[in-house]
Design a protein around this ligand. Structure first.
Ligand SMILES: CC(=O)N[C@@H]1[C@@H](O)[C@H](O)[C@@H](COP(=O)(O)O)O[C@@H]1O
Length: 429
């Protein structure tokens, strides 16, 4: 158990370096080394994690870097470049699809102060007029760098795997509404719509993928009822316009579940990731994906190299239990375990049962933790810290090529001089 002192938030310096960069040596490389205290060989969360040293590697005290190589007792663990959240709809009452720009800006500043500096703002499925209004409202936030861009989660999604997405907002790419959305996308400045999730089995999906490719928007597969063959075919769609690696939107969630005689799309997606042809999103909140599966993926080096942890947080994330919020056109509420679709039960504590999904409970509607909270909790479970931080810091930056990416070399993070560092809160049991 952490001591009271070590459980105090240590966050600081999201807007400036929290450690001094050495003035001489390689001016570009700031090597950060910190020591994870151990008690009899095991990590000791009761003791404060200490920053050992920061500066160019060439000036590291003699022997220090050798000690942090695998097998040494000191490991990179808690201080890190800011996290990157590819998939976040809102939080603490703010909904990117419907809240005012000033509320969104304030909430983004809070996320940054807490340690997530690069955020793709996700919009759920919206009818064309609402999508146009939301994009117009978010564009200035992208233009001034508050948002790294937007992720459209829809509207080309499967009604059979809608989850918390509003059914009335879904459409096929070749429908009237779908054609209006495609026109709207063509009118956006390059780089603003960074990613778009679609179900590849919908009529016209392949044509949309080609349009996205030409516009530099990364194709994400998700909220899909496709089987293995349809997913494999979509991964082979020609993509001449961009070399960007496609993404599986929240792997496992919003797609056919795995059964050993009817495996659905998951093994195909995993195999593509293993071959470096796909990135995987995993909702890191501990509610969406069982811990055993998280470990299976994050502890497999080939899969971990392609995995991005995301929050999928929404307005109800971090809001008081029983409060009602929006996910675009959908009504959602903060349930005791996680955000869920619909109104809360009369006592305000639980959820009304709405269907057969998730054991008769209302569908999950986004993550229950911010990415910083989720990563902090994952680190406390004993999962390999390098794997967790790689999936929250390094891999997602590769999908945003203009975002500076640190390197992790033998447990030492190398990060440009003067770039911000954040200290994650000490692990909670
Ligand atoms: C914003 C959004 O759409 N989030 C999805 C939600 O729609 C889906 O219900 C849930 C569980 O999916 P599952 O029941 O397939 O695991 O995952 C995500 O929270």
């Amino acid at each position: 158990m952490p001591s009271p002192a070590s459980s105090e938030p240590l966050l600081r310096a999201a807007t400036g370096p929290s450690v001094p960069a050495e003035p001489s040596g390689d001016p570009q490389a700031l090597t950060v080394v910190w020591e994870e205290p151990t008690a009899g060989g095991a990590p000791d969360d009761a003791a404060p994690v200490r920053l050992r040293w920061a500066g160019p590697a060439a000036e590291a005290p003699r022997g220090l870097l050798d000690r942090v190589r695998p097998g040494g007792h000191a490991r990179a663990r808690r201080i890190t470049p800011p996290l990157v959240d590819h998939h976040v709809h809102g939080g603490a009452g703010v909904d990117l699809a419907t809240s005012g720009a000033e509320d969104i800006r304030r909430w983004l500043a809070e996320l940054r102060a807490a340690g997530a500096s690069v955020v793709l703002g996700s919009l759920p499925a919206l009818v064309p007029a609402d999508l146009a209004a939301a994009l117009e409202r978010l564009r200035p936030l992208w233009e001034d760098g508050a948002l790294a861009g937007v992720h459209l989660e829809g509207p080309f999604l499967s009604p059979a795997r809608a989850g918390a997405q509003h059914p009335a907002a879904l459409c096929a790419p070749d429908s009237t509404a779908g054609r209006r959305v495609r026109e709207l996308l063509r009118a956006q400045p390059r780089g603003f719509v960074r990613t778009l999730t679609l179900a590849p089995e919908l009529p016209g999906a392949r044509a949309v993928a080609a349009e996205l490719d030409a516009a530099g928007t990364v194709l994400c597969l998700g909220h899909t009822d496709a089987g293995p063959a349809e997913v494999a075919a979509a991964l082979d769609w020609p993509r001449p316009g961009t070399s960007a690696t496609p993404v599986a939107t929240h792997l496992f969630n919003g797609m056919r579940p795995f059964h050993h005689r009817d495996p659905g799309p998951v093994p195909t997606l995993l195999a593509a990731a293993r071959r470096g042809r796909l990135r995987l999103e995993l909702v890191a909140d501990g509610a969406h994906v069982a811990p055993e599966l998280m470990a299976l993926i994050l502890e497999d080096p080939d899969l971990a190299a392609q995995t991005c942890l995301v929050s999928d947080a929404i307005a109800a994330t971090g809001a008081p239990c029983g409060t009602v919020h929006r996910l675009g056109p959908a009504v959602v509420h903060a349930a005791p375990d996680a955000p869920r679709l619909g109104e809360p039960a009369e006592d305000g504590q639980g959820s009304k049962a709405t269907g057969p999904e998730d054991g008769g409970r209302a569908p999950l509607a986004g993550g229950r933790r911010t990415l910083v909270e989720a990563v902090t909790a994952l680190l406390a479970t004993g999962l390999d810290a390098d794997a967790v931080l790689r999936a929250a810091v390094l891999v997602p930056r590769r999908s945003l090529p203009e975002t500076p990416a640190p390197e992790l070399e033998d447990g030492v993070l190398v990060w440009g001089e003067g770039r911000p560092l954040v200290a994650l809160p000490a692990a909670r049991a």
